[in-house]
Design a protein around this ligand. Sequence first.
Ligand code: TRP
Ligand code: ZN
Length: 473
Amino acid sequence: MTQPARRTAILRREAVIATVPVALAALFVAAGPASAGTAGTSGVGDPYFPLAGNGGYDVGHYDLTLRYDTGTGHLAGQAVLTARATQRLTRFDLDLNGLKVTGLTVDHVKADHTRDGQELVVTPRHALRKGQTFRIAVTYEGKPGPVTDPDGSLDGWIPTDDGAFVAGEPQGAMTWFPANSHPTDKASYDFTITVPKGRTAVANGVFLGEDTAHGQTTFRWRQREPMAAYLATATVGKFEVKKYTTRDGIQVYDAVDPREAEAAAPVLKQLPSVLEWESKLFGPYPFRAAGSIVDRAPNVGYALETQTRPVYDAAPGLSTLVHESAHQWFGDSVTLTSWKEIWLNEGFATYTEWLYGEQHGGETAQQTFDALYARPASDGLWAFPPGDPGSGANIFGTPVYARGAMTLHVLRKAVGDRVFFRILRAWAAEHRDGHGTTPQFVRLAERESGKDLGDLFQTWLYTQGKPAGLSKP
Ligand code: TRP
Ligand code: ZN
């Protein structure tokens, strides 16, 4: 595990210890090595985002109370986390970027805390026992803004002309709430968000209600099914809102920037039929709520599959709606455990777009595959293998999306349609509300097909360059 920032912090601390008087030094040293074993790590060991998430505890629930002033861009927050210690803990970290912490308690007792880059380092008054459930309450405030990802894109709390576009993949959750911000730790969420009257605050899950008083409106949301922090949103703007329930009993809440409404309407109208079509292919829709947030955020350049309710930077096309909806199964319900395995999200969502075309009078998936396969070996499509993008700067690159989808198409051709769709349904069902890894997917595909698929996945997911000599299916 590489943790450059923490490592230098520890070295600095040791240097300080060397200069203090002997008796005092003895005290520090006694605390030093002992606490080294009982301090939660500053990351969970993600090779591309070493400081993402934290070791030593697991969050079960986030209760976020936010007040956002769209005029000044000021955010005041209280985050109450319910967590369980997975080891004895004398100290642990949360991820929080910028913002000022104005209060912090652990089990209602004030706790010492310091900041070290994106780490909010907490030393509770009393050590936490392994297995102990504890409550962390953090009050914080400031003017949030996005982080810039390794690929140069904005991520996190992104102010707009009428509010904020809030999307946290892969690392932006920490720009607006303190979290164990790695997809390995999923939790339920409650949101209470207050914004100036006339603005709407849209989060994940079921809409519980809104109240207006003194020129402020408070919106309440509840996301019960476990969610990774990167999929949380609290998007604020002037929105036209539409609420309805689908034939399957899914509660839909759409929020649309009026400037995008005309372009968005014909696409959003298709959400129930898209979810029904995907449910037939992948098994039941995994959540009780759904919807769309269509913002106008010209400096964002992407949409995100925020859980239950994707957020779009502008009116989406139908294939984008299909893509973000597919992520509800692949990414949101079944979540990756390492950003390196992002093809499990993007390859699946992209292949769903191909399937949608095939089953709705467009190109067949085979035609889409063939057109891509015809690209020369020098094309960016073959720049790196989708199962090993090489760095955080590549996780949203074309090979992840397109060659990831091609991998699924090659699998489909190898096992036949009946088994292929059985594999997708088994994947969604067996890992629902949880996690899945590439080796687990390969094993499941081999189990369902009775075939040795090692070479196929080795070639398509992990081998550099354009896979050669593909016999025409
Ligand atoms: N996961 C998003 C999608 O495919 C895309 C996305 C999220 C993205 N964050 C990004 C793309 C940052 C580029 C840069 O629906
Ligand atoms: Zn995607």
